[in-house]
Design a protein around this ligand. Sequence first.
Ligand SMILES: Cc1cc2nc3c(=O)[nH]c(=O)nc-3n(C[C@H](O)[C@H](O)[C@H](O)COP(=O)(O)OP(=O)(O)OC[C@H]3O[C@@H](n4cnc5c(N)ncnc54)[C@H](O)[C@@H]3O)c2cc1C
Length: 385
Amino acid sequence: MSTLNDIVIVGGGPVGAAAALGLAQAGHQVTVLEARASLMADDRRTLAIAHGSRLILERFGAWPEAAQVTPITRIHVSQKGHFGQTVLTAQDADVPALGYVMRYNALVESLAQALQRSSVKVITDAMVDAVTSHSDHATVSWNSTTQPQALETRLAVLADGGRALTAATFGAPKESAYTQVALVAQVVTTKAHHGLAYERFTPNGPVALLPFGDHYALVWTGAQIEVEALIALTEKEFLIRLQDYFGDRAGLFTTVTGRSWFPLTLKIIKQVTQPHAVCIGNAAQTMHPVAGQGFNLGLRDAAALCQLAVGMSAAQLGQADMLARYVKSRHCDRSMGIGLTHALVVGFSNNWPLLPLLRGRGLMAMNMFPFARRALARVMMFGWQ
Ligand SMILES: Cc1cc2nc3c(=O)[nH]c(=O)nc-3n(C[C@H](O)[C@H](O)[C@H](O)COP(=O)(O)OP(=O)(O)OC[C@H]3O[C@@H](n4cnc5c(N)ncnc54)[C@H](O)[C@@H]3O)c2cc1C
């Protein structure tokens, strides 16, 4: 057999890059294979990153500089057309900020810079086409511009964002396409945000305004046909529609830029390990962006794997014992995180009889009891432990 690599990570997106940093910090030899020509991304997403995720990224030396991030100090939650609202605050949760808003690109850039300072070897232009498990190692293969390539490794970590390779390696995911897609854009309003984010549930899907710099990042979910029509509107028409839909809590909408949309789906890999291989992040679970949990959950996958690898010898990497401990450590956070996100989408995106009333009561109860708000904020920041 050719030289056995300690760990090969497929995908240099935010979860794969974070895992690489943590595993290298744990003293292991790590190689990242990324399909793109560079680790830098060209993506219009803006992410809300929980306080708990900040602590992980800081530990990995990859927290972006202050100018790139905007703290969320309060989150206003409401339902359109019905009573009931609540406000989660950083003060209630006893943290400096509930979370931080940054561009996907800024996060990836900060991770790429940290990778450059680390011992991790990064190979770009490497579109992996197979990960094959054997009894004592896994083989990761791809076609470079010149010839087929392969690496043999004790542990292959799939962080490809949940593409065909994951299904080919771990079996087809349980999948359900939401009837919603997400429109993303940057919007300016007449009112300063002071760190206040809005999550507003509507029968067509949630709409979120995230404080970002001196404006808001908008995530507006709805049926694809409606979202495409919204993108085709002139700026003036779009702003009128948004104002009408969202109301004037955040002030008057004056400018919109960078409109585009993302498909939304729920994909869950049932068995996230194979001999000498594991999938993490969106590869293991792809979720709706409501409540901004996808990356945060994926980062906790990476952090759990890194924690297990601390103090492990190279020979122990990828062994059945390590993989079983990983699955056990992620079971609760993963299933509850997926379940809560899905329940929010299904439970709030309708006007079924009695549900608006029940939801309204739930929001009111949350508003009355600080311990309930604190408990919810902690779950959103640190996951289910
Ligand atoms: C509109 C929208 C808003 C969102 N907002 C939030 C939010 O506010 N908070 C939050 O926590 N999450 C949010 N998410 C979810 C978040 O974007 C994802 O959970 C996160 O990007 C997952 O990271 P990842 O590294 O697992 O996958 P990806 O970001 O998809 O990265 C995968 C990487 O693998 C590479 N790759 C793919 N295939 C191969 C291959 N075969 N070989 C080599 N490399 C490969 C890709 O090029 C890419 O670099 C949002 C998602 C959407 C769509």
